[in-house]
Ligand binder design. Structure first.
Ligand SMILES: NC(=O)c1ccc[n+]([C@@H]2O[C@H](COP(=O)([O-])OP(=O)(O)OC[C@H]3O[C@@H](n4cnc5c(N)ncnc54)[C@H](O)[C@@H]3O)[C@@H](O)[C@H]2O)c1
Length: 327
């Protein structure tokens, strides 16, 4: 048990990242309140925690005010993959903006420290590589991704205004592509897509020529970054990039997954979707110097663990669409 057991609220705690964070916080000896409306999250993700007396679960939509007593807040609630956030774009913006206002209001009342899971999408289709936190981005405000990108940008604005105006202790992490067990099997994200297609022996769909790069961070590394940022001195507000700076092309990733699954899948090419960034890679110098953080799990190790998870999910017949399940 830590020197001081804290009461910690995790919004979006039944999602991919949230469930790993809840686990880490409970095992670090804290009391965790997980708040989720199950739009893309699932009770399966936190099933192992439910019997634990230091874990509580509340069905709630962050677009509405919440009155609870906690010491720290991690605000993760928001659908994160294009398929999910474009399903109901107005709700996506509401979740980012109203959700941030409600959680910041709660933090202000409680004088609680609050963490925002922002995203590399605030950089849009970047014209500088790798992206440093000073880069202001290249976002199309009226495109199909804007509900997410601009919602997250506005949430960052709110966090910094609450910090300047109300002296709130804030932490803003700009998260880059993260993968690992409990990703949604049908969320259209490249790692989950490729693994599920490879395991089913279906063609692996690559959008564009496959030369676009992505940098993939394993979930355990990312959660370590969250905890270090939350535990850092109060002048470390962020924004701070958290992600893996090792770039891989989408084509290479497909090849690695085919090898690791021993699949016979073929590669199928489709046109690039609108506003899809060609290259995305974090500069993590700030995280290295301020948090002493950098990813340590190699892609192959992380992929093997993720493949094992999806293999189990498919065997249990649980790989259905998260949106269909949420309806
Ligand atoms: N996974 C990544 O690679 C990545 C990258 C950048 C940023 N992020 C951010 O991290 C956070 C978590 O992402 P994730 O990958 O775990 O996605 P996820 O979809 O698995 O988790 C989001 C969770 O929020 C819940 N939620 C959505 N709207 C809500 C609402 N209005 N009220 C309450 N709960 C709501 C969902 O049900 C789900 O459990 C998100 O804020 C996302 O923007 C993730």
């Amino acid at each position: 048990m830590p020197a001081t057991r804290k009461r910690i609220l995790v919004t979006g705690g039944a999602g991919f990242l949230g469930s790993h964070l809840c686990e880490r916080l409970v095992s670090a000896g804290h009391d965790v309140l997980c708040v989720d409306n199950y739009f893309t999250g699932s009770k399966d993700n936190i099933a192992a925690l439910i019997p634990n007396p230091h874990f509580e679960l509340l069905r709630h939509d962050v677009c509405f005010p919440l009155y609870v007593e906690v010491d720290e807040i991690y605000n993760l609630a928001c659908p994160a993959s294009p398929i999910h956030y474009q399903h109901d774009p107005v709700q996506t913006t509401k979740t980012s903006v109203s959700g941030a206002i409600n959680m910041l209001g709660l933090a202000k009342r409680l004088r609680a420290k609050i963490f925002q899971s922002s995203t590399s999408e605030v950089y849009g289709d970047p014209s500088v590589h790798p992206q440093t936190e000073d880069y202001r981005g290249n976002v199309n405000p009226i495109g199909p991704r804007a509900c997410y990108d601009e919602g997250k940008r506005c949430a960052e604005t709110l966090f910094f205004d609450y910090h300047r105006q109300h002296k709130l202790r804030i932490r803003v992490a700009r998260i880059f592509n993260t993968y690992g067990p409990r990703m949604h099997p049908n969320d259209g994200r490249v790692v989950s897509n490729f693994i599920v297609q490879a395991l089913k022996g279906e063609s692996i769909t690559i959008y564009g020529d496959g030369k676009q790069t992505r940098a993939f961070c394993y979930v355990d590394d990312l959660i370590e970054g969250f905890m270090r940022l939350m535990g850092a001195a109060d002048d470390v507000t962020g924004p701070i990039n958290l992600g893996n700076p090792v770039e891989t092309t989408v084509g290479e990733l497909a090849q690695r997954i085919i090898e690791l699954t021993g699949s016979r899948s073929k590669i199928e090419r489709r046109p690039l979707p609108v506003d899809d960034p060609v290259q995305r890679c974090p500069d993590i110098a700030r995280a290295r110097s301020l948090l002493g953080w950098e990813p340590s799990v190699p892609l192959e190790t992380g992929l093997k663990r993720t493949i094992a998870y999806f293999d189990r999910l498919l065997a249990e017949g649980r790989a259905t669409s998260a949106i269909a399940a949420a309806k």
